[in-house]
Design a protein around this ligand. Structure first.
Ligand SMILES: CC(C)(COP(=O)(O)OP(=O)(O)OC[C@H]1O[C@@H](n2cnc3c(N)ncnc32)[C@H](O)[C@@H]1OP(=O)(O)O)[C@@H](O)C(=O)NCCC(=O)NCCS
Length: 146
């Protein structure tokens, strides 16, 4: 597979929304992604496999810390290392801008994502009770400090 990561553009929104809807019970809307493209404090990347968008992830620079959100790989592409490549690309982008701290939330039951984040060096810093809806579930808060 030829793997490329690059910034999200308007032409990608149909595909990104499709992956988003299939991955999350409360998906972001098209206008949410469109706004991110225009937000100077946000970086949103897609990952392409042989020219097809296979996933997406982004961060917002919040007072110097990167708040990572909506990490998703389309189901048929999972387990091939794409999630790791995408996260590494996101963190490399942040480091190039001098961002040293990265944080995210994850459902406590989401073992694949937890394993991915821990393998990248993220450490669990606490729990947000009943953070998620549909279904209601606690979130682990993770931080990576470079
Ligand atoms: C979490 C997600 C992005 C991982 O993407 P992926 O491309 O499948 O992950 P990778 O193939 O890069 O795997 C990287 C690491 O994650 C962990 N991992 C991935 N899938 C796993 C699974 N099913 N079980 C356990 N660990 C898993 C492993 O540590 C793996 O490293 P290894 O291959 O050296 O063992 C993907 O499963 C996904 O999109 N899930 C649905 C959306 C979601 O839950 N996003 C996270 C919200 S916080």
């Amino acid at each position: 597979m030829n793997i490329v990561t690059r910034p999200l553009s308007d032409d990608d929104l149909d595909r990104v929304c499709e992956i988003e809807r299939a991955s999350f019970s409360m998906p972001w809307k098209r206008e949410d992604f469109a706004a991110l493209i225009r937000d100077n404090n946000s970086v949103y990347l897609v990952i392409e496999a042989d020219g097809i968008i296979a996933g997406q992830a982004g961060y917002t620079d919040t007072l110097g810390d990167a708040y990572i959100n909506n990490v998703a790989i389309e189901e048929s592409y999972r387990g091939n290392g794409l999630g790791r490549i995408l996260m590494e690309a996101l963190i490399a982008d942040g480091l190039s801008k001098g961002i040293l701290n990265y944080t995210l939330e994850v459902r406590v039951s989401n073992t694949p994502a937890i394993m991915l984040y821990e393998s990248l060096g993220f450490e669990c810093a606490g729990v947000r009770k009943r953070f998620y809806e549909q279904p209601v579930e606690d979130a682990y808060v993770y931080w990576l400090r470079k």
